[in-house]
Design a protein around this ligand. Sequence first.
Ligand SMILES: Cc1cc2nc3c(=O)[nH]c(=O)nc-3n(C[C@H](O)[C@H](O)[C@H](O)COP(=O)(O)OP(=O)(O)OC[C@H]3O[C@@H](n4cnc5c(N)ncnc54)[C@H](O)[C@@H]3O)c2cc1C
Length: 134
Amino acid sequence: MNELRSFYRDYHPDARALLDACDSVLKSALYEREPLPQWSVGRVTLLGDACHPMLPFMAQGAGMSIEDGVVVARCLAQAHQLDDVAPALQRYAAARQARTAEIQIGSRGNQWMKTQGNADGVYGYDAWAVPVSA
Ligand SMILES: Cc1cc2nc3c(=O)[nH]c(=O)nc-3n(C[C@H](O)[C@H](O)[C@H](O)COP(=O)(O)OP(=O)(O)OC[C@H]3O[C@@H](n4cnc5c(N)ncnc54)[C@H](O)[C@@H]3O)c2cc1C
């Protein structure tokens, strides 16, 4: 706690009061992960941080997880019997992997909105409309 407070010692009193109100804080490393080549095996799949954990510099981890949720739900809605589930999950991964890998790698660079200005690419994606058909 004292280490954190010392970093913020010259900040506005309101910010320091907030830190003074904390009993304890956690210090955690940031881990880089490469995009995973495979998300699904049979009727088991991954979504969110489990398959694309990313550094926080684009603030998109939860955004990507929510997009995954929409796309996997759309793919599973096309599965009318048990045998349809595994191919539906393959379609979900195929629809999502390039998108999440781009954000994962972009976030790692920590240049987004500094030297790169692709906000439309990030916020213009429509998980409800991206093609998922067989
Ligand atoms: C400090 C911080 C700031 C962030 N800011 C942003 C931001 O501004 N914008 C953004 O988009 N993203 C942000 N993120 C990233 C975002 O929080 C994550 O990307 C997102 O929560 C991932 O969602 P998830 O559902 O994949 O995983 P999680 O939110 O981690 O959910 C996984 C859940 O599974 C539970 N669980 C684990 N193991 C088991 C088990 N064996 N049995 C049952 N349950 C289990 C966990 O308790 C947890 O509730 C931030 C993250 C951090 C740490």
